[in-house]
Design a protein around this ligand. Sequence first.
Ligand code: TPP
Length: 201
Amino acid sequence: MLRIDALSAAYDDIADCAVVTIMGAVAAELYSLGHRSNFFYLEHAMGLASSVGLGIALAQPDRRVVVIDGDGSVLMNLGGLTTLARYAPPNLTHVVFDNESLLSVGGFPTATSTGSDLAAIARGAGIGDAVTVSDVDEFAEGVRKRVSAADHLSCVVAKVDAVGPKSFHMDLHLLENRFEFARALRRPEEPTMEEGAHPKP
Ligand SMILES: Cc1ncc(C[n+]2csc(CCOP(=O)(O)OP(=O)(O)O)c2C)c(N)n1
């Protein structure tokens, strides 16, 4: 399975969710399919996309949240899975594209290339609905039903080829993305930053 095909097949189902991705190849691929202000591409902080998604899901329980992760990133912070399981927001779907490599920095093999099973690790962490899929239809259906139900925390690990986009270029500065994403998620009744959303020191 190619990740770009999987993303393309699930795009309409995640388009209105708060989507948080890791940096690099998958961010560029989702961006190439159509950027939206409710998509946030987390730069640099490998392993923490699920933590950002968890915060959003807990703060806004009526919003559907999709985290798009990579095997290398999840492996760098396996504790993220136990924290997700502990708080178990029903409105969060954790997608992990497992290409068995750190593709975005040259393709070094990760522990999933030598047998580590991320869905099994997620289940062991306490995420009861953690599955592995290996074709596009199974992926799209698996994501669609979990995102639309939004009735339990789930994890979909998609085994994909270690293939990325031709270009990683995204015409979007990370700060621009940070501010537009915050604006997209802000409720009408919440004060803007100018109005004092942050307490004074
Ligand atoms: C803490 C940290 N260490 C290293 C990096 C450098 N880095 C950026 S992307 C990446 C690989 C990510 O691998 P994976 O999550 O498997 O996604 P893939 O690139 O395979 O899509 C690395 C090592 C980083 N951004 N943050």
